[in-house]
Design a protein around this ligand. Structure first.
Ligand SMILES: Cc1cc2nc3c(=O)[nH]c(=O)nc-3n(C[C@H](O)[C@H](O)[C@H](O)COP(=O)(O)OP(=O)(O)OC[C@H]3O[C@@H](n4cnc5c(N)ncnc54)[C@H](O)[C@@H]3O)c2cc1C
Length: 487
C-alpha cells in the first residue's frame, strides 16, 4: 500500500493547495487523482471555454445593435466551427501542459482514474490502494440529468461535451434556464441557431432578485424563445430530429418542438456516488454534498473539502478562496473561518448580470434600497440603454452594504465596486457614494443607486412594471409557440 503525505482528489481548485505545498517542500509526496482532463471543470469545460466563445457572441450582439446608431453593417460570414475549436484547442492545450508538468515532477504521482474510498483513509485508484496523512476532497460537481422519458435514447449535450460541438444546430432546445443554459443558449442564438429555453420554475435564474430575472427574460426573449413555467415531459425521436414534448404548467397544454440538438443544463450534482466518502466516515448531506464546518474540515479528522464538492457557492472564485482557507488550516496551523457574506457571481449573456450578497427577501431588519437606471446617466444615454439598472441594499441605521444586483452592460465589472465596499472594514456604502467617479463612466450608475436609497416600498411600482412587462411578452411568445406559429 503506497503512502503519501497528501492525497488530492481533483486537479481543479485542489491544485491551488498542492501548488503552494510544492513551492515550499522539496520532499513532499502528493498523489493527485483526476478522472477527467487535468485542470478541472473551470479550465476544461466550464468558465474559460464558455467565456471564450461568449466574447465573439458579444461582438455579434454589438454588430446587431449598430443600426440603432445609424451604422449600416452586417455579418458576411461566421465560422462556428473555428470559434468552437479555438476555445477547445486552447483549453485542452493548457490542460496537457499542466498534466505534463505534474507528470515530470518527482514529488507528484498522478492517477488518471476514479478515486474511491474503500475503508478508513484508504483510497482505491485502479488496482492500487493508497493512503495519505491528509486528504483533500475537491471533487467538484457534474451535470444533473433529469429523468425525462426518452432523453437517454437521444444524443444530447451537457457542459461535459458542449465544446466538442462543431456544427451549428438550426434549432436547439436548452433544458434549464439558469447560468449555464442561458450562456450556452445565448451563444448559439448569436451564432444563428433558433434556441428554445425550457424552465420549469416561474422565472429564469431563480437565484437572482425577481426583477433581475424578469428584466433578463425580456432582453433574452429578443434572441431566444424563453419559456418559464414549461416542463419538458418527453423526448421523441423522428429521423434526424429530436422532438421536445413540453407542458405549459399554467395552461396545462402540451406542445411539441422539433429540434436538431438538445442541451441539458438542469443543475449540478455531487460526485460523492463515485468517491464514496462515507466509507471513510466523511458525512454528506441528503444530496451527496460533503458536510464541512466553518473551517472546511469534513466530519473526519485530516480530511478537508472545498469548491463545488461542498455544494455551497459553485463558482470558481469561491472554490479558489475556499482552497486557500483549506491550505492555511490544513498545512499552516491556522484556524481561519470561511466568510461567505460577499460571494459574487456574474452571468455573461448580453446584458450581463452581476450580483453580490443578500437579496431583499433574505434580509432581516430595517433596510434601505436604491435603484438607478443606466439611462439616467450620461453614459447610459450615449448607449441608448433604456431599461437596465443597478439595485443596492443597505442596513438603514448604519449604511452597511448588504447586497448589490445589476442587470445591464458591464455588470460583471461594475459589481466590483459593491464587492469592494462589502469587503471593507465597516462595509459602509459611503466611499462609493462620496468618491469622485469618472464622468461619464458607466460606474456612475452604481454611485447614483447609493444616492437614491429609500424605503423598500418606494420601489414597488418599478418592480411591478418590470415584472408585468416581462409577463406580457411571455404570454405572447407562449401563445405563438403553443399554437405552432413560430416558423
Ligand atoms: C459551463 C460552465 C460555466 C461556468 N462558468 C463559470 C464562470 O464564468 N465563473 C465562475 O466563477 N464559475 C463558473 N462555473 C463554475 C466553476 O467551473 C466551478 O465552480 C469550479 O470549476 C469548481 O471548482 P472545483 O475545484 O470545486 O471543481 P473542479 O474544477 O470540477 O475539479 C474537480 C475535479 O475532480 C474530478 N473528480 C471528481 N470526482 C473524482 C473522483 N472520484 N476521482 C477522480 N477525480 C474526480 C473531476 O473530474 C474534476 O476535474 C462554470 C461551470 C460550468 C459547468
Amino acid at each position: 500500500m503506497k503512502h503519501f503525505d497528501v492525497i488530492a482528489f481533483g486537479s481543479g481548485s485542489a491544485s491551488n493547495i498542492y501548488a503552494e505545498l510544492l513551492s515550499q517542500n522539496r520532499n513532499i509526496r502528493i498523489a493527485v487523482i483526476e478522472n477527467g482532463p487535468v485542470g478541472g471543470i473551470c479550465l476544461t469545460r466550464g468558465c474559460i471555454p464558455s467565456k471564450m466563445i461568449l466574447y465573439p457572441a458579444e461582438l455579434v450582439h454589438n454588430i446587431k445593435r449598430a443600426g440603432d446608431f445609424w451604422i449600416n453593417t452586417g455579418i458576411r460570414s461566421l465560422d462556428f466551427e473555428k470559434i468552437m475549436s479555438w476555445a477547445y484547442d486552447e483549453v485542452m492545450s493548457e490542460s496537457s501542459q499542466i498534466e505534463n508538468a505534474l507528470m515530470s515532477d518527482p514529488r507528484i504521482t498522478l492517477y488518471k482514474t476514479n478515486g474511491e474510498f474503500v475503508e478508513d483513509y484508504q483510497v482505491k485508484v485502479g488496482d492500487e490502494i493508497i493512503t495519505g496523512d491528509k486528504i483533500l476532497l475537491c471533487t467538484g460537481s457534474r451535470p444533473y440529468i433529469p429523468n425525462i422519458p426518452g432523453l437517454s435514447e437521444v444524443n444530447y449535450y451537457t457542459n461535459e461535451n458542449f465544446f466538442t460541438m462543431r456544427k451549428l444546430p438550426k434549432k436547439t432546445a436548452v433544458i434549464g434556464g439558469s447560468f449555464v443554459g442561458l450562456e450556452f443558449g445565448f451563444f448559439l442564438s448569436m451564432m444563428g441557431s433558433e434556441v428554445y429555453v425550457f424552465e420549469m420554475l416561474d422565472r429564469i435564474v431563480y437565484q437572482e432578485e425577481p426583477e433581475i430575472s424578469f428584466q433578463l427574460e425580456k432582453d433574452l426573449d429578443q434572441h431566444m424563445h424563453i419559456l418559464p413555467l414549461t416542463k419538458v415531459v418527453e423526448i421523441k425521436k423522428s429521423g434526424d430530429s429530436k422532438i421536445i414534448v413540453a407542458e405549459d404548467l399554467e395552461s396545462k397544454k402540451t406542445f411539441e418542438v422539433p429540434v436538431d440538438e438538445i442541451i441539458v443544463a438542469a443543475g449540478r450534482q455531487s460526485n460523492s456516488d463515485i468517491t464514496k466518502p462515507e466509507k471513510t466516515g466523511v458525512k454528506t448531506d441528503e444530496k451527496g454534498w460533503i458536510v464541512v464546518n466553518d473551517y472546511l474540515e469534513t466530519t473526519k479528522p485530516n480530511i478537508w473539502s472545498c469548491g463545488d464538492a461542498i455544494g455551497k457557492h459553485m463558482f470558481k472564485h469561491a472554490a479558489n478562496y475556499e482552497s486557500m482557507i483549506v491550505y492555511y488550516n490544513a498545512f499552516k496551523g491556522r484556524k481561519l473561518k470561511v466568510d461567505f457574506h460577499a460571494v459574487p457571481h456574474a452571468i455573461f449573456t448580453q446584458p450581463e448580470v452581476g450580483s453580490v450578497g443578500m437579496k431583499e427577501s433574505e434580509v432581516k431588519g430595517e433596510i434601505a434600497v436604491g435603484y438607478y437606471l443606466y439611462r439616467d446617466t450620461a453614459k447610459g444615454l450615449a448607449m441608448k440603454d433604456e431599461e437596465h439598472f443597478v439595485k443596492v441594499i443597505v442596513e438603514r441605521d448604519n449604511g452597511k452594504v448588504l447586497g448589490g444586483h445589476i442587470v445591464g452592460p458591464y455588470a460583471s465589472s461594475m459589481i466590483h465596486e459593491i464587492i469592494l465596499l462589502m469587503s471593507s472594514a465597516d462595509q459602509s456604502f459611503y466611499p462609493v457614494y462620496s468618491m469622485m467617479h469618472v464622468h461619464p463612466a458607466v460606474n456612475e450608475v452604481v454611485e447614483r443607486a447609493f444616492g437614491s436609497l429609500a424605503e423598500p416600498d418606494y420601489w414597488a411600482d418599478f418592480k411591478d412594471s418590470v415584472k408585468s412587462s416581462a409577463l406580457e411578452k411571455r404570454e405572447l411568445i407562449k401563445e405563438k409557440i403553443i399554437k405552432n406559429q413560430i416558423k
